[in-house]
Design a protein around this ligand. Structure first.
Ligand SMILES: Nc1nc2c(ncn2[C@@H]2O[C@H](COP(=O)(O)OP(=O)(O)OP(=O)(O)O)[C@@H](O)[C@H]2O)c(=O)[nH]1
Ligand SMILES: [Mg+2]
Length: 559
């Protein structure tokens, strides 16, 4: 199993020198790091053990201003290498880094007392004792990067600790948190990171979130060597052609498409180092990323984190909460919860009642990261949702339909992607692009007076079209066969229409065709009503224009 080791410890305590002494690689490669003699960003080096195994080492900065980088590095490690200066003992970031490691759930590790060459042996023993109290159960090894003292023993101890690292759950869908992005001539954009779960191989189609970019993997390397497929737990470099370097950054995730939600909310169980009040604003460190957030507390020890930027999280992920210092951590219970602060829901979540995670429709595939398939949910096509949600949908549609115009008592079909699959369960009837109550029919409601007045007017007007102001009423009366609408917002009564049609048919059957002038004379009206009627007959497929004349279509003749 691949194991990644991360350093930890106060500034200047000798982390980078120790990494260099162990691996031969100087991880302080930035000009500013070299000029100032401190680490700023993460460093990476492979560590070969005497037994032939190879560990990945991540070197982190100790400066208190760069703790965010330390958390990004520590988020992917299996094993810690806590470094304590023999002359100084534990200092503030020794404690803070150790707290972060614990909040991230990293159990195995080793303590290296550094710069053993620079102090009296008696002092080393004092510092070693302090370290044992600080990290009970971890081996403590006195070392010197300058003389090489203790390095072999340290490698051996790291090997033993690596063997104790619990097998990670790695069979889930692919997820890699990006820690570096760069471009290489002839290759294009390359991202590196620790593969949290799944695997990555040449040709894989993945998604970069939260940007939502579809990417295809050109090649994969593990420690500068090409591999066909990298496994979870490994540090990998992935070449992504067709992606601009600036489109990706540390904190982004490469995931199997659709397998993880991206969400602005996380329901968590809190692990507080100091009290975290309701409403507090803080930084949530998750994966290699960082989100500004507000805490909405619910019950004892639970909270919803409302994020300013979306996270790609899964149940069981651990996050670190920081204000100016590290004030706590949390375990994700629901990576994409509804907006709420209900302790009852948290209780279900904590118990692992997966059905409680789902409210509105989600694709069944998006629940794969939760492990088992939840019971007690409604299914429709690819979608799952809670029975309560379906009830709410029913009530909501019903209410909106009841409020709709009685002349056309329907509402538009919702545009959500689940609509097609879910609506048949919602107790409504789909007619074209609209939803109705099953068997419902239009009615005049309060407009029957207006309808009667309009019909009277139409009756008197005969072949002369009448303006219909109320379009819905016009459409309704037409559906009922009480009038016929012509162009320009005009209509004529049903009886007049039938009569006009009979005149047209008779003339065409005896003469073979009809002109506008002739039809006008037959009707005894002006030119415009005749014109509008002929256009309506054309539109209905009764007649066809041939030059200045109209002839009956075959269908009309047959009928
Ligand atoms: N005598 C002695 N000095 C050491 C040894 N290792 C490191 N030093 C000194 O400590 C300084 C800091 O060491 P680094 O390894 O850069 O410390 P660091 O923990 O990586 O510091 P940050 O990354 O900034 O937190 C070095 O510049 C050396 O002067 C050692 O084994 N013996
Ligand atoms: Mg350093």
């Amino acid at each position: 199993m691949p194991v990644t080791v991360g350093t930890a410890g106060h500034i200047d305590h000798g982390k980078t020198w120790l990494v260099r002494a162990l691996t031969g690689k100087d991880t302080d490669r930035l000009p500013e790091e070299q000029a100032r003699g401190i680490s700023i960003d993460l460093g990476y080096a492979p560590l070969d053990l005497p037994d032939g195994r190879r560990l990945s080492l991540i070197d982190v900065p100790g400066h208190e201003r760069f703790v965010r980088n330390m958390v990004a590095g520590a988020s992917g490690i299996d094993l810690f290498l806590l470094v304590v200066d023999a002359g100084e003992g534990a200092r503030p970031q020794t404690h803070e880094h150790l707290a972060i490691i614990r909040l991230l759930g990293i159990e195995q590790g080793v303590v290296a007392i550094t710069k053993a060459d620079a102090v009296e042996p008696g002092l080393i023993e004092l510092v070693a004792e302090e370290a044992r109290e600080l990290v009970p159960g971890a081996a403590v090894v006195a070392t010197s990067a300058r003389t090489g003292q203790g390095l072999d023993e340290l490698k051996e101890t790291l090997g033993e600790a690596a063997a104790r690292v619990a097998e990670k759950r790695t069979e889930g869908p692919t997820r890699l948190f990006v820690d570096r992005v760069f471009s290489l001539r002839g290759i294009g954009t390359v991202v590196t990171g620790t593969l949290w779960s799944g695997s990555i191989g040449e040709g894989d189609a993945l998604r970069a979130e939260p940007a939502g970019l579809n990417v295809r993997v050109r090649s994969v390397q593990v420690h500068d060597r090409p591999v066909e497929r990298a496994a979870a737990g490994q540090r990998v470099a992935v070449a992504l052609p067709g992606v601009e370097r600036r489109e990706l950054r540390r904190g982004d995730a490469l995931v199997a498409p659709g397998a993880y939600p991206t969400s602005y909310r996380l329901d968590v169980g809190l692990d507080e180092l100091e009290p975290i009040p309701d409403g507090m604003r803080l930084h949530v460190h998750h994966g290699t990323g960082e989100h500004y957030a507000r805490v909405v507390r619910a019950g004892d020890g639970w909270a919803q984190l409302r994020l300013a930027s979306p996270a790609v999280a899964a149940r069981g992920d651990r996050v670190v909460l920081r204000d100016r210092t590290t004030i706590g951590g949390a375990v994700v219970l629901d990576p994409a919860p509804p907006r709420h602060a209900s302790p009852e829901r948290f209780e279900l979540l904590q118990r692992g009642d997966m059905a409680a995670l789902v409210h509105e429709p989600v694709r069944l595939e998006a629940l794969r990261h939760l492990g088992e398939e939840p019971n007690g949910l409604e299914h429709a096509g690819d979608w799952v949702f809670s029975p309560e949600w379906l009830e709410e949908l029913r009530a909501n549609l019903q209410r909106r339909i009841e409020d709709a115009d009685p002349l056309d008592p329907g509402i538009p079909v919702p545009s959500e992607p689940w609509a097609r699959d879910v609506l048949p369960l919602a107790g409504v009837e789909r007619r074209g692009a609209r939803l109705y109550l099953p068997g419902s029919q239009a009615s005049l409601g309060g407009k029957s007076g207006a309808a009667e007045r309009l019909e009277a007017e139409l009756g008197e007007a005969g072949f002369t079209p009448v303006a219909v102001e109320d379009r819905e009423l016009g459409a309704f009366l037409e559906r009922e066969g009480r009038l016929v609408r012509l162009g320009d917002g005009l209509a004529i009564g049903a009886a007049a229409y039938d009569e006009a049609k009979r005149l047209l048919l008779d003339e065409c059957e005896s003469e073979g065709s009809i002109t506008l002038a002739r039809y006008r004379d037959l009707l005894g009206t002006g030119r415009k009503p005749a014109q509008l009627l002929l256009e309506r007959f054309d539109a209905d497929g009764l007649t066809r224009r041939v030059g200045d004349e109209r002839v009956l279509r075959r269908r009309a003749r047959a009928g």
